[in-house]
Write a protein of this length. Structure first.
Lengths: 548, 102
């Protein structure tokens, strides 16, 4: 055997062992455990596709039922820790090491297991960062992925939730790895080929359709006047002033309120066509009224959203769709788009400190990063100008030759000063630091670093951190919008008024906004049912959002 | 359950002639505010019943800012709190003052 083909030979041996449990490439759901025990080797790097939304749940159940005497010490390299099985395998000794990105639904349990030493943690990554490492030093030996349907040759239709699949398969299939796909059904001809069959080694017909987490649905009925006020300030004080056309929104209620104010409040300000036209965004149901009112030119999606499929099919001028008509999402490309082609990221967070560092880590929950640190960062590799980017660049402190000034991406945190159960959003010290100390992490898990943040919006006002010239100004600008939290009450009132005179801190009245006008009547849709009406009946909300 | 009372002197009476107004609801994260024109024109009192203990200094700051801003002279305010955040309290107080001014 040539010394240059050992990986290839190992792959061939795994596939031959797996074939014993397959008819061609097709494996029955009942044989999943046998298949996995045949193709996996102790210590393998494995991507068990757990995306932001789509979950290879049938394969996850199979892996958790493998015999730890045969399958053990796996190194899991997957973006999402979402299902209980994703952590069960660490308790059972099947898996040992973990490199991942996002663990929202399992945030509390993963924190306990990290404290208990049951998981050997490599790092918590951003999506792009983990995807990048798939091609350098975390290439999977085996990928266990999910799609809607496949033919017997393995040609795969991922459906609207393509998400991470092409990236995972690219890294695994072209570097001597084995790819197993679970599908909801095996068909004679797939609606479109998202992954060519020669990259798929085994196809498992799952016992039930794969699970998709509805993450991006915000019920307008739960939107508060405070969130509406913050949205009004963001639209008038940031979107209008910087002329933001290319953008990405986080998933909180504040940004959902902005989406619902575009066809009403923003339209009355004469901003249609001038802001919010090009998006890197999941198909948020709350964007439907803006789309239907002609605000939105196009939207590229990381993934899909439960209930939006029919609507998207009927709006191909807006969304990226395949020849079959359904949405084509792609997390790696959309993250790249959000990083390099958007002029603004706006999102929420759980804690902000006196410099503007923010984190979603609390001492009892480790939610991971997902994509926010990429979207919420100023990419120094950007080389194309836009009016928005250049204006922000001019506001920032320019050091050196002004002729060599670069632009700045706008990174905006939109937060209420108090969160759930009156927990303050503004803190002197991030919980992330305590977590890093307890877990002996080299790097404290900061979501967005202070030097990337340009604005903070709260119900009290907007702090423009670009215009701050030293650390003192920055601290007082942050305290100046921190409301009645301890951080807010600890402000130097005279200095905050001086910052206000320079436009660094701006109150609603400075923007010509009357807080009492922040009324739910401004929302283009006041309920999920209103969104269904806006969509002409095409949006089909999941049961948990229906109350009719 | 905690009971708090704050008394403030104001520079002027609240505009309008409405005798009484009520805004908000007693619900989780919300509050009910009752305003009555029942005091001398240079005085304002705010009585609060809240299920959450230990936030007296926050209430004090919210009420002081409201009085400075709205100058609600002559008004007795009674708050039934359902655990509202300070920004919601501020908003309801200002909404209540506006209702009294018509």
């Amino acid at each position: 055997m040539s010394g240059w083909r050992r990986e290839r030979a190992a792959r061939d041996a795994r596939i031959e062992a797996g074939r014993a449990h397959a008819a061609g490439k097709v494996v029955a759901a009942a044989s999943v455990v046998d298949l996995l025990e045949a193709i996996l080797r102790p210590g393998d790097r494995v991507c068990l596709e757990g995306d932001n939304q789509k979950q290879a749940d049938c394969l996850a159940r199979g892996l958790s039922q493998c015999d730890p005497a045969r399958v053990h010490d796996l190194h899991m390299v997957q973006s999402g820790i979402v299902l209980p099985e994703h952590l069960d395998i660490f308790e059972q000794g099947i898996a040992k090491r973990l490199d991942y990105s996002y663990s929202g639904p399992q945030g509390a349990r993963i924190a306990r297991m990290l404290y208990g030493g049951q998981i050997a943690l490599g790092a918590v990554h951003t999506y792009l960062e983990l995807f990048a490492r798939y091609f350098i030093d975390l290439t999977p030996n085996v990928a266990l992925i999910a799609g809607v349907s496949a033919d017997r040759e393995g040609n795969l239709y991922t459906g609207p939730n393509t998400e991470d699949t092409p990236t995972v398969v690219e890294a695994t299939a072209f570097k001597n790895g084995v790819v197993v796909a679970q599908v909801n059904e095996i068909v004679d001809r797939v609606p479109r080929v998202d992954i060519p069959g020669d990259r798929i080694d085994f196809v498992v017909e799952a016992d039930k359709p794969f699970y998709v987490e509805p993450l991006f649905t915000r019920d307008p009925a739960a939107m508060t006047e405070t969130q509406i006020l913050m949205a009004m300030m963001a639209i008038k004080g940031i979107y209008a002033e910087y002329g933001i056309r290319r953008l990405n929104h986080g998933i909180g209620f504040g940004t959902a309120a902005i989406e619902l104010l575009l066809p009403t409040y923003a339209e009355r300000l004469g901003l249609k066509g001038k802001i919010a036209t090009h998006w890197a965004l999941n198909p948020h149901p709350t964007l439907i009224p803006a789309i239907e009112s002609g605000w939105v030119s196009q939207v590229h999606c990381f993934g899909s959203e439960v209930g939006m499929d029919r609507y998207i099919r009927e709006r191909p001028d807006v969304f990226f769709t395949g020849a079959d008509g359904s949405l084509r999402s792609n997390r790696a490309f959309c993250q790249t788009a959000g990083l390099y082609a958007c002029d603004l990221f706006i999102g929420s967070t759980l804690q902000i400190d006196l410099s503007g560092h923010s984190s979603t880590v609390t001492q009892s929950r480790v939610a991971g990063f997902g994509g926010a640190p990429n979207m919420g960062s100023d990419p120094h590799g950007r080389r194309h100008p836009s009016d928005t980017w250049m204006k922000a660049g001019r506001e920032a402190l320019v050091t050196g030759d002004p002729a060599l000034m670069r632009g700045r991406k706008l990174v905006v945190q939109i937060v209420e000063t108090f969160g759930e159960k009156l927990v303050p959003t503004f803190v002197e010290k991030l919980d992330a630091l305590e977590l890093a100390r307890k877990l002996k992490l080299e790097l404290a898990p900061v979501m967005v670093y202070a030097d990337d943040v340009t604005h903070i919006v709260t119900e009290e006002g907007i702090a423009n951190l670009l215009l701050c010239r030293d650390a003192d100004e920055r601290e007082q600008a942050i305290r100046g919008v921190a409301g009645y939290t301890e951080v807010g009450r600890g402000r130097d009132r005279a200095m905050v008024e001086r910052l206000r005179a320079r436009g660094i801190v701006r109150r609603p009245e400075d923007l010509g906004i009357e807080p009492l006008d922040a009324d739910r009547s401004l929302l283009a849709a006041k309920s999920i049912k209103d969104l269904v009406h806006w969509s002409g009946g095409l949006y089909e909300p999941p049961a948990k959002f229906r109350n009719w | 359950m905690e009971k708090l009372t704050f008394r403030h002197a104001t520079k002027k009476p609240l505009a309008g002639a409405k005798a009484q107004a009520i805004t908000g609801v007693v619900a989780s994260g919300n509050l009910e505010v009752l305003l009555e024109r029942a005091l001398p024109p240079d005085a304002c009192t705010v009585e609060i019943e809240t299920p959450i203990n230990g936030y007296g200094d926050v209430w004090e700051a919210v009420v002081a800012d409201f009085v400075a801003r709205a100058q609600p002279g002559g008004i007795r305010i009674t708050i039934n709190d359902g655990g509202a955040r300070p920004d919601t309290v501020s908003l309801r107080l200002l909404q209540g003052a506006r209702l009294m001014e018509v």
